[in-house]
Design a protein around this ligand. Structure first.
Ligand code: ADP
Ligand code: ZN
Length: 228
């Protein structure tokens, strides 16, 4: 028994799906319900842009055009964040990996820390519905709760149900032209990851066209089953 330490590796989940599939909404719900940490590279990049870091300066124009930020930048940002203590609770990756290069870098990072991917869960949606979903969405600038003009309006107009703030935000890249570019990038660069994770035996899929709460219930069951 000299110094044997039993460490329990923190679970890692990946949410796959096109822009508008609901990855962010579902990752937030999982964070609240099960305590895993939502890691959104989109949020991390928007924070870098707002803070005016070198990475943020390099990413800004690419994001506004609906392109993908370079693997080097995104991997560095994610690696940094994964090293934070709270990530030991387990993480839900939302918007990462988005290219095969990122997926391979993630495999290396996890191998270094003795972790594995518990499940890569693909949110299956109809592309044709994504432009409307994204064009109507907004979030609370105070607590981050997500809303949609039609699918999930606030109970009182312009007031966050959760925290009462009236500071609502719409993303600069949530307009019709940029959305179609983001969908194109998804099909060219990210959709191949479905086969990548299927090959590794960790892929699961769920129909994400229904009600947010019903999808959350199914997803929650999948995550619980794959967490250990
Ligand atoms: P969505 O999934 O709705 O498009 P995100 O917030 O995940 O929104 O991403 C917004 C933008 O941030 C993307 O269009 C892209 O420019 C950039 N981005 C986010 N994650 C990545 C990533 N893993 N690799 C490259 N670019 C990324
Ligand atoms: Zn709020």
């Amino acid at each position: 028994m000299d110094g044997a330490v039993v460490t329990v590796a923190a679970p890692v989940f990946i949410l796959l799906g096109p822009p508008g599939a609901g990855k962010g909404t579902q990752a937030r719900m999982l964070q609240e319900a099960q305590g895993f940490v939502q890691l959104s590279t989109g949020d991390l990049l928007r924070a870098a842009v707002a803070a005016g870091t070198d990475a943020g300066k390099a990413a800004k124009a690419v994001m506004e055009a609906g392109g993908l930020v370079s693997d080097d930048i995104v991997i560095a940002i994610l690696k940094d964040r994964l090293a934070d203590d709270d990530c030991a609770r387990g993480v839900i990756l939302d918007g990462f990996p988005r290219t095969t290069g990122q997926a391979e870098a993630l495999d290396d990072l996890l191998a270094d820390s003795g972790q594995r991917i518990n499940a890569a869960i693909s949110l299956e949606v109809d592309d044709s519905a994504m432009v409307a979903r994204i064009s109507g969405r907004f979030t609370c600038g105070n607590c981050g709760e997500g809303y949609h003009d039609v699918n999930k309006p606030t109970r009182a107009l312009g007031i966050c149900d959760k925290c009462g703030s009236s500071h609502m935000k719409r993303r600069a890249d949530d307009n019709a032209e940029t959305v179609s570019q983001r969908l194109t990038e998804y099909h060219n660069q990210t959709a191949p990851l479905i086969a990548y994770y299927e090959g590794k035996g960790v892929l699961q899929s769920l129909d994400a066209m229904g009600e947010i709460d019903a999808i959350a219930a199914t997803l929650s069951g999948m995550v619980k089953d794959a967490a250990t």
